[in-house]
Design a binder for this molecule. Sequence first.
Ligand code: UD1
Length: 421
Amino acid sequence: MEKLVINGGRRLSGRVKISGAKNAVLPIIAATLLGQDAPSRLDEVPALEDVRTIREVLEKLGVKAAFDADKNTFTVDASVIGSSEAPYDLVRRMRASFLIMGPLLARCGRAKISLPGGCAIGTRPIDLHLKGFEALGAKIEIGHGFIEAAAPDGLKGTHIYLDFPSVGATENILMAASMAEGQTVIENPAQEPEIVDLANYLNVMGARIRGAGTNAIKIDGVTKLTGRDYTIIPDRIEAGTYMVAAAMTQGDVRIDNAISEHLKPVIAKLKEAGAHIEEDVDSIHVWADKRMKAVDIKTMPYPGFPTDMQAQFMAMLAISEGTGLVTETVFENRFMHVDELKRMGANIKIDGRTSVVEGVANLTGCQVKATDLRAGAAMVLAGLVADGETQVGYIHHIDRGYDHLVQKLVGLGADIKRVKE
Ligand code: UD1
């Protein structure tokens, strides 16, 4: 087991380059399963555990997949799919493995996948994915820890209204419907930039999708998709995390390879807290010359404030001036970082879906753990400003989603290292 050891109190400064988006690359790798005739080569693929896990999933399906983490390329040859079954050990490790269900159904007419696991944030059901597949004509059976879906005569285009704009359900339905017979309309879909990136890749493969990023997506099914090359968009959550790090440490950081359009609520809230922000074509400059002021945040589906930035903002509010309210509406039970922040001296009370964060002048370093991916990022941010040494354990959660975190922070002047426990 490894842990991160951080000595707090350093002001971050310099430039950091953002990697490709985890939440775009995972569905896009799933979508490579739809590509026949030619391999797909993806660029700007981040060096993350989740990418290694989905490569193993593809391999279990008998598909050739290679990941070069140094060159950030991922190649898939899905001309032959040997199996349509994904086992428990892989799906349990990463919930996003479930995104292969849509492509397998479309391509093979059946899929058998273990019920998903993933971050322990709320119950995270998959009912919306399954309702979508059923609407497209698939028969679903659940038993012995597996979900089996079958559409021996192919999928049929239809109208689907999502009760909640689920990111994963929108992606799974989008991939399945790309090869369904006729037109599918998804109403109230997720509008995240990662949905748009997936739709763009599918269209490059030959799909006919319009309206991704709006409140209705229209898909005219095609009979065949072809493997193609594609470059993944930058990770807006990684960018947002470094923006908060710059503001919290009263630093001065230029974040390269970031699309500010994808970060509007994060930028607005950081400005409200007192940070200075300048947006450029593909970089964002963040600096701060005094302690941040408390702000209120409420997580919402895109274009609202992202739930994946909630924990990092909570770490910032813990040392800001005044009292801020953090309301989580997307996931239940996404406040596991609160107890860890309290160990460092934060003053936070949870009242249902809202946390009341009263800023303190200082946090103190101690042993804490990453309870999930973004909670782990929050603990690192807290460690960067805490007095003395902070040790963050369970960092496998952080490795799932932050590419070269230690190297990037050291490059900005942080005192952080990875050590064996
Ligand atoms: C994706 C992101 C994750 C992010 C989340 C919300 C990936 C790989 N992960 O997760 O980082 O935090 O979007 O922005 O892209 N729900 C249901 N039924 C369903 C599906 C979801 O009730 O069938 C609920 C969930 O329990 C949750 C909410 O909808 O409360 C949001 O989930 P969803 O948008 O599906 O998130 P993911 O795709 O799992």
